[in-house]
Design a protein around this ligand. Structure first.
Ligand SMILES: Cc1cc2nc3c(=O)[nH]c(=O)nc-3n(C[C@H](O)[C@H](O)[C@H](O)COP(=O)(O)OP(=O)(O)OC[C@H]3O[C@@H](n4cnc5c(N)ncnc54)[C@H](O)[C@@H]3O)c2cc1C
Length: 240
């Protein structure tokens, strides 16, 4: 294991008011928000923040969002949010929040779904589950590019690819619903041959997505020979 940055696990900070300094439309229903934090502290790739909205009548809604940025981007975090039409918090971010707005956050949280420099690492993401994996990929590219890390990213169609302009040779995309014209790469859901090939040298795997996606991916990773203790999972399931 290699020391990446002087990032150590610490207790999460207190609630703080961050300022949105940039908004990027990633796909028709996904936006990334760069939020500057007055009490920023370095996070470990994979960790998340809690975001809290308070209505004028005092009603509060709180949700978790993974950090997409590397801790080397100091002073703030990037959160990437998928808009759920019938949701409470994600449509607020999409329809209301603009550059210069203030939002309340607390973090970073989690000690299990974090990448601490283990390699070779295989990242397996479905849909917006790619967000914490992107923090790992971005951080590894900048801090320790020599470490082996690959991303398998399952997405419905080309227009739903988040971070499209940043995906390189370290990423294998598979399209599950609509294949772009001229696409010669993988299509369909992740399957045993794809995961067996990608996991051949992997010492650790990080899986993130919906409950169903995570279940499938873990089954395939076990079949490919990874030990359960080397498979870390994060589920973006309904908040209930
Ligand atoms: C550790 C962690 C990290 C997360 N990171 C991210 C992230 O980086 N980006 C991101 O977009 N989301 C992330 N999520 C999910 C996020 O916390 C919210 O659950 C999501 O944004 C929905 O909130 P909402 O208020 O808009 O919808 P809600 O009002 O909570 O739900 C609206 C409806 O959608 C259903 N629902 C809720 N969540 C989901 C979901 N994830 N998928 C499908 N249906 C759902 C609910 O059952 C309900 O029917 C993360 C969740 C966890 C636990």
């Amino acid at each position: 294991m290699v020391g990446l940055t002087p990032v150590e696990q610490r207790a999460p900070g207190q609630w703080q008011i961050g300022t949105v300094s940039g908004v990027k439309q990633e796909t028709p229903r996904v936006k990334s928000f760069r939020i500057e934090l007055p009490m920023w502290m370095p996070h470990l790739p994979g960790q998340h923040y809690d975001v809290r909205l308070t209505a004028p009548d005092g009603y509060r809604a709180q949700r978790s969002y993974s950090v997409a940025s590397s801790p080397l981007d100091d002073g703030g975090v990037e959160l990437t949010i998928d808009r759920l039409d019938d949701g409470e918090v994600s449509p607020y971010f999409h329809d209301v929040v603009v550059e210069g707005d203030q939002v309340e956050l607390r973090g970073p949280f989690a000690s299990y779904f974090v990448w601490r420099g283990e390699a070779p690492a295989l990242l397996v993401g479905g849909g917006s589950g790619v967000v914490p994996l992107m923090a790992m990929l971005r951080h590894r590219r900048r801090a320790t590019p020599e470490l082996a890390m690959r991303l398998v990213y399952s997405v419905r169609s080309a227009e739903e690819v988040i971070y499209a302009d940043e995906l390189g040779d370290d990423t294998l995309l598979t399209f599950t619903r609509e294949t772009p014209e001229g696409w010669a790469g993988h299509t369909g859901r992740i399957d045993s041959s794809l995961i067996a090939e990608m996991a051949a040298d992997a010492d650790i795997a990080f899986v993130c997505g919906s409950n169903a996606f995570v279940e499938t991916a873990v089954g395939l990773l076990l079949e490919a020979g990874l030990r359960p203790s080397r498979i870390r999972t994060e589920r973006f399931g309904p908040s209930g």
